[in-house]
Ligand binder design. Structure first.
Ligand code: NAI
Ligand code: MG
Length: 489
């Protein structure tokens, strides 16, 4: 594995286009979750460093600055250049993502290349952000301008470190904002590499700043900063609430939150069972179940329930576990010991509350944070494993009888991020699609996410949207300009 480990060139904070130590001089360890071994010491940003980064981002955003004066088409060129460089370094970036996050190498490679796709998608928007002319009563000519909101803070999780960062850089750069981003403490390395690429692409000083560090220190400094006018967050619902409160208590900065989920995938009795089992399996086990929109509640019609459970069990048992750099491996480790323990405690509670472990349910190996792919049958709605976000490789298969009943039960959650329905009946599919309280509904597929499709949550799964045209609005202010015209014109 050693030959796949790139030289770790970038382990400092990235402020004003320079890599620098933190003000405190402190560093924190980054651990390889597949082995539990330390792979790097990274500079630990704190309030003082966030202040410095915000000052740089503010100067970069100032009226008359290079960035503010830049043509939108030139901004697009820079974004496309950064996308080119990410593609050039995709293998190196993928190595970093796998090393720090335990993600399967091919998943990491896809994350790198799809991050370039996201930047290209948003580069296309740069010169297409338009206001309106509005018919008004009286002798007025009225139009609106869409203006960048200013210095934005972005707080990123560890499950798709680069993917989530680019979902947030894309609209921020397309609209002309400047950025202070904090990666998750577990996964700063790939993002720092891409920060170096942003400098190479030619982004002006201060437009992009990256401050690795912990949530309650660096993260809190971002969410309560008086000069940050918008904060975008992806992570737990618990921290989403803290960020909303910090935004309210500081300067009422605009927020967008992409939070947890407990997404239902409904399988009707007219499906090809083998195909449905595969879709449901991928919906939960991709990325070791560490996906906010994972299909964690597999609702299966009673007439195919037993067959579905047996086939799901066989598929989960066959999943090859091991070194995420090995391209034949399908299942890597959880991100860290804390998340590992959390997943194991949910498995324990499932057993205690009477669900049946069809397979898995225990640790794999004696190093790293591997959890065997786990399938529970006989799961009922009130069990903890059916109500709370586990964020691990745990499938709960739940029985239902009628469409009306399953719609009610699928919606009986505080979350509303994603959902799916597998059926060949168009009427059932569209009835469910309309009825589910969720930001995404996937029909006969799952995780069909793209940079062009808005993604976000109903209810406690969040506020606002990532991706698509919708995400641009999160980074824009609307200004109304009214001009009084001469009376007889
Ligand atoms: P978390 O929400 O604590 O961490 C996500 C990001 O928020 C990290 O960058 C972290 O440093 C930052 N953060 C933490 N506390 C903060 C604070 N007080 N102020 C500002 N920023 C703060 O998530 P964690 O602890 O890594 O995972 C816990 C659970 O959260 C998971 O088991 C899962 O259920 C959920 N989660 C959901 C994600 C999603 O994609 N929606 C991603 C990661 C976790
Ligand atoms: Mg946390």
């Amino acid at each position: 594995m050693a030959d796949k480990v790139p030289a770790l060139k970038y382990t400092q904070l990235f402020i004003n286009n320079e890599f620098v130590d933190s003000a405190s001089g402190k560093k924190f360890p980054v651990i390889n979750p597949a082995t539990g071994q330390k792979i790097a010491e990274v500079s630990e940003g704190d309030k003082a460093d966030v202040d410095k980064a915000v000052a740089a981002a503010k100067a970069a955003f100032k009226r008359g600055s290079v960035w503010r004066e830049m043509d939108a088409s030139a901004r697009a060129k820079l974004m496309n250049k950064l996308a080119d460089l990410i593609e050039r370094d995709a293998k190196q970036i993928a190595n970093l993502l796998t090393l720090e996050g335990g993600k399967l190498f091919y998943g990491s490679f896809y994350e790198a290349t799809s991050s370039a796709t996201t930047l290209r998608y948003y580069a296309g928007w740069c010169d297409k952000i338009t206001g309106k002319t509005i018919p008004t009563d009286g002798p007025y000519f009225t139009y609106t301008r869409k203006e960048p909101i200013g210095v934005v803070g972005q707080i990123i999780p560890w499950n798709f470190p680069l993917g989530m960062a680019m979902w947030k850089w894309g609209p921020a750069l397309a609209t002309g904002c400047t950025i202070v981003l904090k990666p998750a403490e577990q996964t700063p390395l790939a993002t720092l590499h891409v920060a170096a690429l942003a400098k190479e692409a030619g982004f002006p000083d201060g437009v992009i700043n990256v401050i690795p560090g912990y949530g309650p220190t660096a993260g809190a400094a971002i969410s309560s900063h008086p000069d940050i006018t918008k904060v975008a967050f992806t992570g737990s619902t618990e921290v989403g609430k803290i960020i909303m409160e910090a935004a309210a208590k500081s300067n009422l900065k605009k927020i967008s939150l992409e939070l947890g989920g407990k997404s239902p995938l409904i399988v009707l009795d007219d499906v090809n069972v083998d195909e449905a089992v595969q879709i449901a399996h991928d919906a939960i086990f991709v990325n070791q179940g560490q996906v906010c929109c994972a299909g964690t509640r597999t609702f299966v019609h009673e007439s195919i329930y037993d067959e579905f459970v047996q086939k799901s069990k066989a598929k989960a048992e066959a999943r090859k576990i091991g070194d995420p750099f090995d391209v034949t491996v399908q299942h890597g480790p959880q991100i860290d010991d804390e998340i590992f323990e959390r997943v194991m405690s949910y498995i324990k509670s499932g057993k205690e509350q009477g669900a049946r472990v069809e397979c898995g349910g225990e640790r794999y190996g004696d190093k790293g944070y591997f959890v065997k792919p786990t399938v529970f049958s006989n799961v009922t709605d009130e069990m903890k494993i059916a109500r709370e976000e586990i964020f691990g490789p745990v499938q709960s298969i739940i029985k239902f009888k009628t469409l009306e009943e399953v719609i009610e039960r699928a919606n009986n959650t505080t979350y509303g991020l994603a959902s799916g329905i597998l059926t060949n009946d168009i009427n059932s599919a569209l009835t469910v699609a309309n009825a589910l309280e969720a930001g995404s509904v996937w029909i006969n597929c799952y995780n069909a996410l793209q940079s062009s499709t808005p993604f976000g949550g109903y209810k406690m799964s969040g506020i606002g949207r990532d991706c698509g045209e919708e995400s641009l609005e999160e980074y824009l202010e609307v200004k109304t300009v009214s001009v009084k015209l001469p009376m007889k014109s």
